[in-house]
Ligand binder design. Sequence first.
Ligand code: XLS
Ligand code: NI
Ligand code: NI
Length: 437
Amino acid sequence: MSYFANIPAISYEGTQSKSPFAYRYYDADKLVLGKSMRDHLRWAVCYWHTFAWPGNDIFGAGTFERPWKPGEPVTQELAQIKLDAAFEMFSKLQAPFYCFHDVDAIADYKNIAGYSRELDVIADKMAAKIEQTGVQLLWGTANLFSHPRYAAGAATNPNPDVFAWAAHQVRSMLEVTNRLGGANYVLWGGREGYDTILNTDIGHELDQLGRFMNMVVEHKHKIGFKGAILIEPKPHEPTKHQYDRDTATVYGFLKRYGLENEVKVNIEVNHATLAGNSFEHEIATANALDIMGSIDINRGDPQNGWDTDQFPNNVAETTLAMYHLLEGGGFDTGGFNFDAKVRRQSVDAEDLIFAHVGGVDVLARSLLAAAAMIEDGELKGFVDQRYAGWRSELGNKVMNGSAALDEVADYALKSDLEPKPISGRQEHLENLINRFA
Ligand code: XLS
Ligand code: NI
Ligand code: NI
């Protein structure tokens, strides 16, 4: 049985194409700044929204009728049908990568040993699919938030037995990710936070999480996993407050627990905006702190205060983020994972395809625009010039630590300094980037 039988293989047809089943900008082998579009974007389809989610919301049941019956008890047979459909779709889209949580792909289990058995079964089948299709694993992760045992958190649970269950799941998925040649391992702390501070010991929970992350990193080295360990920040939802609220907060956590050279971030657009940050702010901050890892590409809805996980469709916005990504040297092990879902009324197989085709083209257009901004150089030139004063004797002495407060203060006094405001040229720069996207 083939769920995508009526869908043609998607390829690049150029901007003149009117076909909805074609890339108009994503030309995988096209070189941009000396690297292929495929290698710049390293994009991935996510298993959960696309194959495991039944199309339910808090007021309504699932709307998607798929042969693998999302939302119903998962037998090994259904898990197999889902796996076949997933890899069929990845191949039709020419997707270089995919991502998954353990529970997205495995059959239902009864106890902890059953979990391990089911994970092993699916891991073997996935290894064969990877071999057959050449589609690679961008990252694996363990779902530490759906099961009722995690209602009060996983690593930050007041009960150490829940911590131990989480340790088992993460060890298992880290090892599976390694076995499947995954490029990264992600930890999103969906319930690592609190619903009410009335019953919560924040200091203890942070220490638990710090220890957990150190254990994960130690195990990564023990098994020789070469990929990156990534934390995915989000400010809230499902908890009222999540500890990994944004990139800067995660950096503070990593520093406190000695992990800043071991763990990077997986930035998600809709999480950035929920935290009151822009997408490009998060990337620029991760670059500045040297923890830029990977990206979950989606978008929120400006009128809604939750994670709507829509496919990206605003080239101008994505271009700014892409510009910062390229300025920081682009991805190393990371990539763009479509952590996005079609709307509940988009019930057809075609809808899944249109969503990804559109999203990939938005990334490709943004890449072209951002590359043109870099080649043009005016924006970067302006910023460099804005800080030129710091290359003076005074600037150097301050930055290399050789001047004390007295010396700098006396210099101001003796020279009778009267610095005048200098235009930041914001409107001009906004006009400038509108030439590209
Ligand atoms: C939820 C997160 C989740 C992670 C993976 O908001 O985005 O999907 O990416 O656990
Ligand atoms: Ni995500
Ligand atoms: Ni999310």
